[in-house]
Ligand binder design. Structure first.
Ligand code: UDP
Length: 446
């Protein structure tokens, strides 16, 4: 691992180095036509995994979009991930300029997150020769386990490390990973050449809790795929609604993503259950579509719990449970929706909220973490003070009983989503890589 003092000094210079070509840095003297590849580390999950259950969620969507847009800017991107099946191809080309490379580390089968830390060393052992022969110029790790691998690989290769945590144990409502994760995240934040975070709130919290200089952290908000997530035509909307059994008078509420306590899927079902008592005539028109599968240690239990709530005596709404689906099919869920519920107890950003808004669907979310950035209260959705089913029920009742409000917020949702795009995310990363490589004196041209 590079000495922290050295990294710190390098970072202090960051402020004075400007990207030669502003955001469009393809013409940078360092990052030219013959760029050396960037190594992305995604140890515990692959961008090829279907998000929406298990360990696959927003991180997978983020990384898949980041590398594909970095490739459009001219970068060659190698994503290194752990092999989880003996039949998995070692190398998969996913786009021009983007390869996913599976490395052996521990048994070639899916493992629980707490089992994975023991195999980081094996992963690094397989990774380092690849980096040496591949001539990579930079390591960009995603999630703390990948960060550990990147730091260890950097010790041997002297490559700079950019780290995106996606979630920090210290900022979660229900911390997981114990002391070892907290300590590892602390070391990572201090040792990486740059930490990328999604919001100003995350930046402030990490700078304060890890005692960093502001220059050590950059805020780059996630994006949304506007070519895929867009307003439906009238006929597509009718068709999408028919596919989940909804007619013109039904009120479709969607709750999309991994099912676990932290994601608050239970709060969504409870809110609709409460509305059944408060506004039975509205509730009887509701179809709540829960899209996603169990995730994490409490996922299965949560799934059973919400299935029981859904058939309870007081429930007036219909609840449909749908398995996770690819983005191609997920867009139909947003096209069927009148409202999206984002009921997480803790959410580093909330890509589902961005995707729903891009499709013109207002979002009801708790005013926590990244959701405060993703959702504009009273403009693109409604924010409630806490992740509390009572508050969600009130906001949902207000929105579902007021057609004019929904129409206004639907327009605002489209408008709010325009501030976010993966193109912008890639350009911002491009600028950061450029500055970092220039400071490191790394010849990015091979
Ligand atoms: N997702 C998906 N298919 C599904 C359910 C979810 O592709 O059936 C994707 C969704 O489109 C989003 C991601 O999973 O891009 C979830 O990201 P979010 O930030 O909302 O939650 P996280 O998983 O990071 O907690």
């Amino acid at each position: 691992m590079k000495a922290e003092a050295q990294c710190g000094a390098k970072r202090e210079n960051r402020a004075s180095v400007s990207c030669p070509a502003g955001l469009g840095c393809r013409i940078s003297p360092l990052l030219g036509d013959h760029m050396r590849p960037v190594a992305y580390i995604s140890f515990h999950t692959s961008p090829l995994d279907l998000p929406g259950e298990g360990d696959a969620g927003g991180l997978n969507t983020y990384l898949r979009n980041l590398v594909s847009h970095m490739a459009k800017l001219g970068f060659h991107c190698d994503v290194f991930t752990r092999q989880v099946s003996p039949s998995q191809p070692e190398v998969t080309w996913v786009d021009a300029g983007v390869r996913v490379i599976c490395l052996p580390a521990g048994p070639a089968r899916p493992l629980e997150k707490d089992e994975l830390v023991a195999h980081v060393e094996d992963f690094v052992e397989a990774l380092v020769p690849r980096l040496k022969s591949g001539g990579h110029c930079l390591l960009h790790s995603h999630y703390w386990l990948s960060g550990l691998a990147a730091l260890a690989a950097s010790k041997v290769t002297a490559l700079p490390v950019v780290h995106t945590a996606h979630t920090w144990a210290r900022l979660r409502a229900l911390p997981d990973g114990g002391e070892s994760r907290l300590n590892a995240e602390n070391v990572l934040a201090r040792s990486a050449d740059l930490v990328v975070v999604s919001t100003d709130h995350e930046e402030k919290a990490i700078v304060e809790s890890c005692n960093l200089l502001p220059e050590q952290v950059r805020v780059i908000s996630p994006g949304v795929d506007h070519e895929r997530f867009l307003l439906p035509s009238a006929s597509k909307r009718v068709q999408a609604r028919a596919e989940i059994g909804a007619g013109p008078d039904d009120l479709v509420v969607v709750c999309v993503g991994r099912v676990q306590r932290l994601k608050g899927t239970d709060l969504a079902v409870k809110a609709v259950q409460m509305l059944s008592k408060q506004m039975p005539s509205v509730a009887s028109r509701i179809i709540l579509a829960v899209v996603g599968g169990a995730s994490g240690a409490d996922g299965r239990q949560m799934m059973e719990h919400i299935r029981l709530l859904a058939v309870s005596a007081e429930m007036r709404a219909r609840v449909v449970f749908l398995p996770p689906r690819s983005h191609v099919d997920l867009v139909e869920i947003y096209h069927a929706a009148d409202v999206c519920l984002a009921p997480a107890r803790s959410e580093s950003f909330g890509l589902v909220a961005l995707e729903a808004q891009a499709c013109g669907v207002p979002v009801v979310a708790a005013a926590i973490d990244g959701l405060v950035c993703a959702v504009r209260d009273g403009e693109s959705g409604l924010l409630v003070a806490r992740p509390d089913p009572n508050l969600f029920a009130v906001a949902l009742g207000r929105l579902l009983s007021d057609d004019e409000l929904r129409t206004r917020l639907s327009r605002g949702a489209r408008e709010a989503s325009r501030a976010y795009s993966w193109e912008l995310v890639a350009k911002q990363h491009c600028r950061e890589y450029d500055v970092l490589l220039e400071l490191d004196g790394i010849a990015a041209c091979g």
